[in-house]
Design a protein around this ligand. Structure first.
Ligand SMILES: [Zn+2]
Length: 68
């Protein structure tokens, strides 16, 4: 299950593991409806790690053959 962030009208952000497609939860602090927001953190971790790994594995091989 993915982790999503929800922000209530008061601005409190709650991270919660919910089923995919969950649009909103009730905020634990004020019990109001907190719609889902895009979590930038989890996107950067997944995309950055995947991208950096692919990039790093290509670069050294090209550089070493060039220096010789
Ligand atoms: Zn709240």
């Amino acid at each position: 299950m993915p982790i999503y962030e929800f922000e209530c009208p008061k601005g409190t952000v709650t991270e919660r593991w919910v089923a995919m497609g969950t649009e909103s939860i009730s905020c634990p602090c004020c019990q109001k409806k907190a719609p889902k927001i895009i979590s930038r953190f989890s996107f950067e971790l997944k995309g950055g790690g995947w991208f950096a790994d692919g990039y790093a594995s290509r670069r050294p091989s090209g550089k070493s053959s060039d220096s010789r």
